[in-house]
Design a protein around this ligand. Structure first.
Ligand code: ADP
Length: 264
């Protein structure tokens, strides 16, 4: 009994150590970029050279730090078991549409066209809208990030079957090898592909999986190298008897969530 307990404690300590090591490494890069950009501005100011490029670099990396902090907050919530979803009964299709509309503005800036297809017009379900938005924003940001050079297209489709809300994000990007597909949902999973130009944390999909699990759902990934990837999220359709349907007409996707995902 004691041994089981001991090995669990050791396991948790190791996990915490891994998280700190991973996060510390993550924090170093944007801070270094900000520092160097500031140094360049300082050096060049005397010469009157264009500062915009370096100011933009600083801004992007501040967003990146922000994203890491958002992730850290989420991780610490899972760890202490206080992740509490703010669920509400709502008509989800119109909210998904709004998230996709706002996200497509960022995709367009990167020459990626976004399509939205839904086989259902209305669906009442109890979910945490911000968390569903984070799931969509993360999957779509990855789909855009790993699109082929020079553009591509991303399709978000919504279906309802077997009492599940099904959200799929499909891209025609670089794809993921069969070997790597097995571990992309693990913490700090960074896949060796041609997109080394993007510094990622490898936390995104792990967090997405956790957010899906919190809704008692599941997520699958299919991919073919050079052809594209498809991530499918299944969320059970339930309604909460103890909360009345919220008047969520005024709900708007949180722009920070989207911006954080797209500042890479
Ligand atoms: P990151 O912050 O590094 O993007 P994620 O957990 O979101 O972390 O993704 C882990 C890895 O999975 C990525 O580094 C990438 O190699 C791969 N990946 C995720 N989504 C896609 C996609 N749509 N197409 C190709 N590769 C992807």
């Amino acid at each position: 009994m004691n041994n089981v307990f001991e090995s669990r404690v050791n396991e948790e300590e190791k996990m915490r150590g891994d998280i700190f090591a991973g996060i510390s490494h993550e924090l170093k890069t944007p801070i270094n970029v900000i520092n160097s950009a500031l140094q360049v501005i300082k050096d060049k100011r005397a010469m009157g050279e264009d500062e915009d490029k370096y100011l933009d670099m600083i801004k992007r990396n501040c967003y990146r730090l922000n994203r890491i902090i958002y992730n850290l907050i989420d991780i610490s919530r899972y760890e202490t078991g206080e992740a509490g979803l703010k669920k509400e009964n709502c008509e989800i299709i119109k909210h998904i549409k709004e998230w996709v509309k706002d996200i497509s503005v960022f995709a367009r800036e990167r020459n990626v066209v976004v399509h939205f297809i839904s086989s259902v017009e209305h669906l009442e379900v109890s979910v945490d809208l911000d968390k569903i938005g984070r799931i969509i924003a993360n999957l779509m940001a990855n789909a855009v990030k790993f699109s082929k050079d020079g553009g591509g297209s991303v399709t978000l489709s919504v279906d309802a079957a077997d009492n599940n809300l099904i959200i799929a994000v499909k891209d025609d990007g670089i794809g993921i090898s069969e070997k790597n597909l097995d571990f992309i949902f693990q913490r700090f999973a960074r896949v060796d592909n041609s997109s080394v130009k993007y510094e990622g944390s490898g936390l995104g999909l792990w967090l997405v999986k956790n957010l899906v699990n919190m809704h008692h759902g599941s997520i699958t990934a299919e991919s073919r190298e050079g052809v594209g990837s498809k991530f499918t999220v299944y969320i059970p359709v339930t309604l909460d008897r103890y909360i009345s349907r919220q008047a969520k007409a005024e709900y708007k996707p949180n722009p920070d969530i989207i911006r954080n995902e797209f500042m890479y």
